[in-house]
Write a protein that binds this ligand. Structure first.
Ligand code: 8X3
Length: 252
C-alpha cells in the first residue's frame, strides 16, 4: 500500500490555513499543521483526527530559520507544502507608513515563505511529485492606496513563486500561486488594524458575500489535486462583488 501523502500547511491556526488543513485532510492527505499558536493547531489536529482523517500539529514560527530547519528534518518525502503564513499590518500611505511594519511584513510573508520552501524543497523533490503552493494575494499583482508595505511584501512573494518555477523546471515539483482578493476571515483585517474591529468591519461593509476561508481552501484543494503534469501557475480568485483591488460594489 502506498504511504499517505503528506501536506504541510503554515499559518494553520486560523482562517485560510485552518480551512485548507480541513480540506486537504478530507482529500486524503496527512496534514501537518504549523503556526506559532500551539493550542490552536493542536485543537484543530484533534478535530481533524476525530473526523477520521490524519493530522498532527507542530508549533513553528516561519521566520525562525533554525526552527524551520529542525522541523524539515522530519520529512524525507513530502507531497504538498502550502505557504499560507503571513498577513498585513497597517494601511498607511507610503508617506507615513512605519518602516517597522514594512520590515515585519517582508519578514513573515517573504522570508517566512523562503525559509520553509528552501528547507522542504529536498523532501518535495524526493517525493517524485511535489507541489509548492504560495498564498499571495491580489495585492501581489497590483497596488492600491494604503496597501504600501503589504502590497510590496506580496509582490515579493509573487516574484519568489515565479522565479522558483523558472529555476526548478525539469524537477518533479510544481509551483502554484493562489492570489485571493477580498476574503473575510476571523483575523486578517483585525490584525491589520491592530485589534480595531470597527475599522476591520468597514473593509467588508455592504459587500455582498466576500470570499470565505473555505472558498479559498476549496480553490487550493482543487489546484493541488490536478494531475501532476498540470501546473496552475497563478489563480486569482475574488468575490463577484469585487472587480479589482479598488473596484468593490457596496450596497450602503
Ligand atoms: C488581502 C487582499 O485587498 O486586503 O490579501 O490586499 S487586500
Amino acid at each position: 500500500m502506498a504511504a499517505t501523502p503528506i501536506a504541510v500547511i503554515t499559518g494553520a491556526s486560523s482562517g485560510i490555513g485552518a480551512a485548507t488543513a480541513r480540506t486537504l485532510a478530507a482529500a486524503g492527505f496527512r496534514v501537518v499543521l504549523t503556526a506559532r499558536r500551539k493550542d490552536r493547531i493542536e485543537a484543530l489536529a484533534a478535530e481533524i483526527t476525530e473526523a477520521g482523517h490524519q493530522a498532527t500539529a507542530y508549533p513553528l514560527d516561519v521566520t525562525d530559520r533554525a526552527a524551520v530547519d529542525e522541523f524539515a528534518t522530519a520529512f524525507r518525502s513530502l507531497a504538498v507544502l502550502v505557504n499560507n503564513a503571513g498577513g498585513a499590518l497597517g494601511a498607511d500611505p507610503v508617506a507615513t507608513g512605519d518602516p517597522a511594519d514594512w520590515r515585519q511584513m517582508y519578514e513573515t510573508n517573504v522570508i517566512g515563505t523562503l525559509n520553509v520552501t528552501q528547507a522542504l524543497l529536498p523532501a518535495l523533490t524526493a517525493s517524485g511529485d511535489g507541489t509548492v503552493v504560495i498564498l499571495s494575494s491580489t495585492a501581489a499583482l497590483s497596488s492600491y492606496e494604503g496597501g504600501g508595505g503589504y502590497v510590496a511584501a506580496k509582490h515579493g512573494e509573487h516574484v519568489l513563486a515565479e522565479t522558483l518555477r523558472l529555476e526548478i523546471v525539469g524537477t518533479p515539483v510544481r509551483v502554484i500561486e493562489v492570489a485571493p482578493g477580498m476574503v473575510r476571515t476571523e483575523e486578517f483585517a483585525t490584525t491589520r488594524f491592530r485589534g480595531d474591529t470597527e475599522k476591520a468591519a468597514k473593509v467588508y461593509a455592504g459587500v455582498d458575500a466576500p470570499l470565505t476561508a473555505e472558498d479559498v481552501a476549496d480553490t487550493i484543494g482543487w489546484a493541488v489535486t490536478r494531475p501532476s503534469h498540470v501546473n496552475i501557475d497563478l489563480l486569482v480568485v475574488r468575490p463577484r462583488a469585487q472587480a479589482s483591488n479598488t473596484k468593490v460594489h457596496r450596497t450602503l
